[in-house]
Design a protein around this ligand. Structure first.
Ligand code: FBP
Length: 560
């Protein structure tokens, strides 16, 4: 990074010193692991146990203060990799790892694999040095070592990984990733145990989507900053709408197969409509019914001469509509089964013609009924983990097209006399590399530091777990949660696979409950909130707030 690339904010931000949880504060030699109860996978226990014979059932680990002097006698070398989509705070995980390792023994080394997991396979790495890390402290982005979505999957890739580990004499490998990348970390931990190679594989919960969470993982890093950025922009749109009063804005928000981001941004800005995929699925709504709901709000507002509003659309909405989910899942199989033949075809219409013949009739008709743009987007290559790339499907445009059709029918029937002028937005990439908020800067640093303690205590197959996040960082609790306890069996690329279960929006939880309570009011009035930009300096009431989701989820049942 050249001097010209360092902004004034970055210069000031560099001075920010993350606050470590008090248990980590005196360094790895003053921390002891306390073993908790043995664990089980969340479901499919027998299958998961069979697939992970050496790492299944391990106990929960909690760190407590205590003497652990031997740790400093061993010199270790640890590798780190950033995997999957960017999330604010990735560089601070590496900073935490670096500082933790050096605190234990100055001779310890950290290397970063370049460009994601493919950097491990190809053994492309760089040593993380003092001067390198100092340039990236508290910055957004993953550009120090970059990221990638390669999955370590084939026997050859596992062999290559082994070669890299042995060549570099690694004692630990920290995988910073989402549910799929951490599933990969679990498979690596199992593989190295079976091979008799003494290396600790540790996962770190990263994803702006907020869907890597459970009893042990209260939040994935990046969700806080990304949602603050989206909420700032959405709030600005709400204010524009309220000023000009002439457009309907449809804002699709990233978040893949969960609506946590849409919900959080909805709770922060109070737009007129916040669609939640999980609710759509529970109510078994068809695409047409989802459109009817939105149309109903538009018509009601138009009756009060309010031909304007803001609607939030989670990017994964389409996968929650049962008929669309069925179509996507059938398409996943058809695309996998006919990959070779489809690859020989250049023309998208030719591909569609073949696919129509392979789909059951009802799904083929559903696909044909969609606008051409959308049916083409449904065919975009799956990611290496077999997921449909919902970020590439313009659901907001699909909705607007369908709304126009319904409104013009209502107009003809004399049931609607308004004017519908729609503007679409997609907020995704704008938020993933933002400079981490104080919360994310502290949390990621703690996650990295905590990972070092896991490695130095010879614990493998664990996710770095930092909890009690609604309290001040000094009070955060640290330890490790076995990756296998988060697993279940799911269908991917046409096959049953063990994967870490995604956490979806809980419809009986307080965050969604709050939206539900206010839905009607927010739909018909202008209750907009304008949260403004992420604050890095100033009163703690604006610099240290965490997400509404976390706050509500952690409110004790008794105090509700
Ligand atoms: P991760 O699950 O890897 O953290 O990625 C999150 C995400 O930002 C999703 O919200 C989005 O659907 C996807 O990545 C986009 O992927 P890509 O960066 O490959 O376009």
């Amino acid at each position: 990074m050249s001097k010209e690339q360092i902004s004034e904010l970055q210069v000031e931000r560099k001075k920010f010193k993350p606050v470590l949880p008090s248990v980590l504060k005196n360094g790895p030699v003053s921390i002891k692991p306390m073993t908790g109860k043995e664990t089980e996978s969340i479901s499919d226990q027998e299958t998961v146990k069979r697939l992970f014979p050496d790492t299944y059932g391990m106990p929960l680990i909690t760190f407590i203060k205590g003497k652990n002097q031997d740790i400093s006698k061993r010199i270790v070398k640890v590798g780190v990799v950033l995997s999957g989509g960017q999330a604010p705070g990735g560089h601070n995980v590496i900073a935490g790892l670096f500082d933790g390792l050096k605190k234990a023994n100055k001779k310890n080394k950290l290397i970063g694999f370049l460009g994601g997991p493919s950097g491990i396979i190809d053994n492309k790495n760089r040593e993380i040095t003092d001067s390198l890390i100092d340039n990236y402290r508290n910055t957004g982005g993953f550009d120090m070592i970059q990221s990638g979505r390669t999955k370590i999957e084939t026997p050859e890739q596992f062999e290559q990984t082994k070669k890299t580990v042995l060549e570099n004499k690694l004692d630990g490998l920290v995988v910073i990733g989402g549910d799929d990348s951490n599933t990969n970390a679990a498979l690596l931990a199992e593989y190295f145990k079976k091979e008799g190679i003494n290396i600790c594989i540790i996962g770190v919960p990263k994803t702006i989507d907020g869907d890597l969470k459970n009893e042990q993982i209260e939040a994935s890093f990046g969700f806080d900053t990304a949602t603050k950025i989206y909420a700032e922009v959405t709030g600005n749109i709400c204010r524009d709408v309220n000023s000009a009063r002439k457009y309907w804005h449809f804002v699709r928000l990233m978040g893949r197969s969960a609506s946590h981001i849409a919900l959080e941004v909805g709770l922060k800005t109070h737009p007129n409509i916040t669609l939640i995929g999980e609710e759509v699925r529970q109510n078994k709504m068809t695409l047409s019914q989802v459109v009817d709901y939105v149309v109903d709000v538009i018509v009601q507002r138009a009756a009060s001469k309010k031909n304007f509003g803001v609607a939030l659309v989670p990017e994964g909405l389409i996968e929650f509509i049962p008929e669309m989910k069925e179509l996507i899942s059938a398409l996943n199989d058809v695309l996998a089964e006919n990959e070779v033949q489809l690859n020989t075809m250049q023309n998208i219409e030719e591909k569609k013609s073949l696919i129509y013949t392979k789909l059951p009739e009802n799904l083929s008709s559903l696909m044909k009924s969609l606008p051409g743009l959308i049916s083409s987007q449904l065919l975009i290559d799956r990611d290496p983990h077999g997921n449909v790339q919902v970020s590439q499907i313009e659901t907001e445009r699909l909705l607007v097209e369908m709304i126009k059709v319904k409104l013009s029918a209502l107009k003809k029937e004399g049931k609607y006399a308004g004017k519908f002028s729609a503007i679409t937005h997609f907020l995704g990439y704008e938020g993933r590399c933002g400079a981490p908020s104080n919360f994310d800067a502290n949390y990621t640093y703690a996650l990295g530091y905590n990972s070092v303690v896991l490695v130095l205590n010879n614990l493998t197959g664990y996710l770095s777990s930092v909890r009690n996040l609604v309290q001040k960082p000094a009070q955060w609790e640290c330890g490790g949660a076995p990756l296998t306890m988060m697993m279940n069996i799911e269908r991917r690329k046409g096959k049953e696979k063990p994967v870490i279960q995604k956490a979806l929006v809980k419809l009986d939880g307080k965050p969604f409950g709050t939206l539900l309570e206010n839905r009607e009011k927010w739909a018909l009035t202008e209750s907009y909130l304008f949260p403004g930009p992420v604050q890095y300096f100033g009163p703690s009431s604006v610099t240290d707030i965490t997400t509404v989701t976390l706050k509500y989820e952690k409110i004790k049942k008794s105090s509700r």
